[in-house]
Structures are given as structure tokens and as C-alpha cells.
Design a protein around this ligand. Structure first.
Ligand code: FE2
Ligand code: FE2
Length: 376
């Protein structure tokens, strides 16, 4: 609730003080009086007032001196002077020095004086309100700054969680589809583990070629999933030990497209789908490649890398109709088809690896962890 307004009058003439009290008796305010400057200052220490009105010419302390004292000790009190025409120059100077809010001349007009006092209270209330609002604004600013700090922290935390979730989802999906690829490999005892090994070989080749972690991860996943489309090819055709008929060969040739169609609807594997679709294209764009006979760098780079890895894996594994081939044979085959079937930059990266690692290249794929491999 709002406090009651108080005005303090200071004058050495008792009659004037009495007249002022009479004048304001009906008003809703406290009226306090003092007849000396010192007395007025003592009253203000105990009684909070919003307005002080003082005479100028008084013994001991003049009105201007009193007001400048009040200004120092209680800067929020509205200060006014009630003065005769003879003291006008002093009063005007006091106004100019900013000591007083308003000047009332003696003899005063009753209505005017009442109105002026009311305005002084309004002025005081306004100052209070501005002060209060400033305080509220300051507090809200602090609160806002605090909230901002909290919010930034929360956003950081959430972003981290989202990235983590995204990674988990991706890993889970790759595992699921990888399991599918494994199931496809398992349709034929001779190709068990084929997809995983192709993924590993392709990863090694990509790293040898100096590509980024993100690219290597993509190559690994594409390698893991390259033959997933064989799920749509009849078991009989996949496991047939004899030569395939032209029709059966056409059916086998469908697997890159079937695989791409399985992966396309999954947002975060959308960039893997084209790598799967084109893993049997020939580098020279010839008709021996499929499905689209893309040429050179029209073929996604991961597909070109996977084709080398796929060929190496197939040649170094036993098949029903032949034993695993020697690494020398693998090398001469790759050299023979570099530039026609294979991208020469991929074969030469593989040959450099083989030079360094020898036999262990095709035997070191136990418990392969792609992330350990990229970081290491
Ligand atoms: Fe394939
Ligand atoms: Fe394959």
C-alpha cells in the first residue's frame, strides 16, 4: 500500500506556518512544520517527507542553504521555496543551480499553492516509480542473463545427446542391415563373411588413399552393404556351382539395384545407396559393367574402391569350382584390368598396401572396429 504523503514547511514566522496548516487541513497529507533550518534537518532524519517548502530569509540558515543540505542528504525529496518578491533574485539563482523544483511567491494564491504541493507529490511518486522500474529492469536483466546461460548449457547438452542418439541409431541400423548382408552371405557357405571382409579391405584402401574419416566410414558401410540386394536373388542362382545361364546371370546382375532400393528410404543411408548401385560398373564405361555403364569418375568413388576390395576378397577365397588364388595371381589380375575394370588409383593404393602388409592384409580382419581403425 502506498504511504501517506508528507510535506515539511520551514518558516521563521509562526503565522505563516499556521496559515499553511489551515490551508491544507482538508487535504489527504501529513503537514509538518519547522521554524529553523537545523530543526528541519533533524525532523527529516526521523520523518520521511516527499516535499520540503522553505522560506528564504531565516536566522542561522538561509532557505537556499537548507535546501542544498536537503539535496545532499535526501536527494529524492522534492524541494520548493516560498519567498517574497524582495528575495526573488536569490530564489531564481537557486532554481538555476538546480536546488529547487519550483518557486512559490508570497503572498500566495491558495488554490495555486494546493495544486503546486499536489504536483510536487506527483513528481515525487514519479521519481519513485522510475526508481522502482529501473530496479525491476535491473533484476530482470540479471534473471535473463542467468536464463541465457542456463539455456546455452541446455542447448549444448541436448545437441550432444542428439548427436549421440543419431550415432546410436545409425550404428543400430547399420548393424541390422549388416546382419541382413551376413544372412545373404550365409546363403552360400563359400561366401560367409564376404561382406564384412569387403568392408574392411575397402576401408584400408580408402585410408591408404588419404581420405577423411567421414569418407572412410561411408566406404566401410557401403562395403558392408554392397551385396545386400542378393536377398532378392533366388538361393538356387546364388549357390549354383555350375556355369550360370544367361537368364540366371541377368538375375544376379539385379542385386546392385535391389540393394540400392533397400537403402534409399533410410535418410542417413541415402548417400550409401548410389555406392551400392554402382559397385559393378567398369571404369572404362564398357558394357561389361552394370547397371548403368557409368564411366570413370561418374562412378561413385566408394563403388570403385569396393570393386577392388570385392575382387580381392573373391579371388582370395575358396570357391566350389576353384581354390583360393595366390596373391601373385591377384596382383597380376589387378594390373591386367587396371584402367578397364578398375580405377588405377584404387588398384595402386591396394598394391602399395599389399607391398607393406603381404599375406597379413587378407588375414588381419578379425574383430575389426572401424572407429578404432580411423582414429588409430
Ligand atoms: Fe556385388
Ligand atoms: Fe560382393
Amino acid at each position: 500500500m502506498r504511504h501517506r504523503h508528507t510535506v515539511l514547511f520551514v518558516d521563521d514566522e509562526v503565522n505563516i506556518l499556521k496559515a499553511l496548516q489551515r490551508l491544507l487541513r482538508q487535504e489527504d497529507m501529513n503537514v509538518v512544520c519547522a521554524s529553523r533550518g537545523q530543526e528541519a534537518l533533524e525532523i527529516l532524519e526521523k520523518t520521511p517527507a516527499q516535499v520540503v517548502v522553505t522560506d528564504q530569509r531565516m536566522p542561522e540558515m538561509s532557505g537556499v542553504d537548507l535546501l542544498s543540505n536537503v539535496r545532499e542528504r535526501h536527494p529524492d525529496i522534492v524541494r520548493m521555496m516560498l519567498t517574497g518578491y524582495t528575495e526573488m533574485n536569490v530564489a531564481v539563482e537557486a532554481i538555476n543551480r538546480g536546488e529547487i523544483y519550483r518557486l512559490i511567491t508570497k503572498p500566495w494564491n491558495d488554490d495555486e499553492l494546493r495544486a503546486t504541493i499536489r504536483q510536487a507529490f506527483e513528481q515525487s511518486d514519479l521519481k519513485d516509480e522510475i526508481k522502482r522500474l529501473n530496479q525491476v529492469t535491473r533484476e530482470q536483466n540479471f534473471k535473463l542473463q542467468d536464463m541465457n546461460r542456463n539455456l546455452e548449457g541446455k542447448v549444448r547438452e541436448r545437441t550432444k545427446q542428439l548427436a549421440q542418439k543419431h550415432h546410436e541409431l545409425r550404428t543400430a541400423y547399420v548393424q541390422t542391415v549388416g546382419a541382413l548382408a551376413e544372412a545373404v552371405d550365409a546363403k552360400d557357405t563359400y561366401t560367409r563373411g564376404h561382406s564384412e571382409r569387403v568392408g574392411v579391405y575397402a576401408t584400408k584402401i580408402a585410408r591408404e588413399m588419404g581420405y577423411s574419416k567421414e569418407f572412410i566410414e561411408r566406404v566401410y558401410i557401403a562395403g558392408l552393404l554392397h551385396d545386400v540386394g542378393k536377398i532378392g536373388v533366388r538361393d538356387y542362382v546364388i549357390t549354383k556351382p555350375d556355369r550360370l545361364t544367361p537368364e540366371e546371370y541377368e538375375e544376379i546382375k539385379m542385386h546392385p539395384e535391389i540393394g540400392a532400393k533397400i537403402l534409399e528410404p533410410v535418410d542417413f543411408l541415402a548417400d550409401i545407396a548410389p555406392c551400392v548401385r554402382h559397385h559393378h560398373e567398369w571404369f572404362d564405361g564398357s558394357s561389361r559393367g552394370y547397371p548403368e555403364r557409368l564411366l570413370g569418375d561418374q562412378i561413385p568413388l566408394p563403388s570403385r574402391i569396393i570393386l577392388v576390395a570385392d575382387t580381392v576378397e573373391a579371388m582370395t577365397s575358396d570357391r566350389p569350382y576353384r581354390k583360393a588364388l595366390s596373391l601373385d595371381r591377384v596382383v597380376s589380375e589387378l594390373n591386367k584390368f587396371a584402367g578397364s575394370q578398375f580405377d588405377p588409383s584404387c588398384t595402386s593404393a591396394f598394391l602399395r598396401l599389399l607391398d607393406r602388409e603381404g599375406e597379413s592384409f587378407i588375414k588381419s580382419d578379425q574383430k575389426f572396429d572401424i572407429y578404432e581403425f580411423i582414429e588409430g
